[in-house]
Design a protein around this ligand. Structure first.
Ligand code: ASC
Length: 126
């Protein structure tokens, strides 16, 4: 899938950049920074959930670089578990956002953010 290491790094960074962009749109509504728009929240949350599936092949053995800590490849079980949790929380966000209830979206935005942070705390260089 990746011709060279740099392609894998660029791919996963691109996927996470897009996740940040679309999650940010939902989070802005959850935080009250922009008015709640249920259709926009649902479509952006759906994108986040789809994008969350993308980064993993780009973290295969040998694709060190970017802000990735070596711990990713030394603590594979933990990394995969945190990644799977993030994916599950984003899937839940898409489901909740489809329901259109702002209070539920707020709660789930918090869980998604915490799942991003949990992995970054241990596996992303500062
Ligand atoms: C984002 C982003 C993260 C998370 C995290 C939440 O938009 O890029 O890594 O939210 O900051 O705590």
């Amino acid at each position: 899938q990746f011709a060279k290491k740099d392609d894998a790094v660029q791919y996963r960074e691109s996927a996470m950049f897009l996740m940040n962009t679309h999650f940010g749109r939902v989070a802005a509504m959850a935080n009250g920074r922009v008015p709640f728009d249920a259709v926009a929240a649902a479509s952006n949350a759906q994108l986040v959930a789809q994008l969350a599936k993308l980064p993993w092949p780009a973290f295969a053995e040998g694709f060190d670089g970017g802000k990735a800590k070596d711990e990713i490849w030394k603590e594979q079980a933990k990394f995969k578990d945190l990644g799977a949790k993030m994916e599950a929380e984003t899937a839940k966000l898409a489901e909740v956002a489809a329901g259109g209830q702002l209070e539920a979206i707020k709660a789930q935005v918090g869980r998604v953010g915490a799942s991003c942070k949990a992995c970054h705390d241990d596996f992303r260089k500062r």
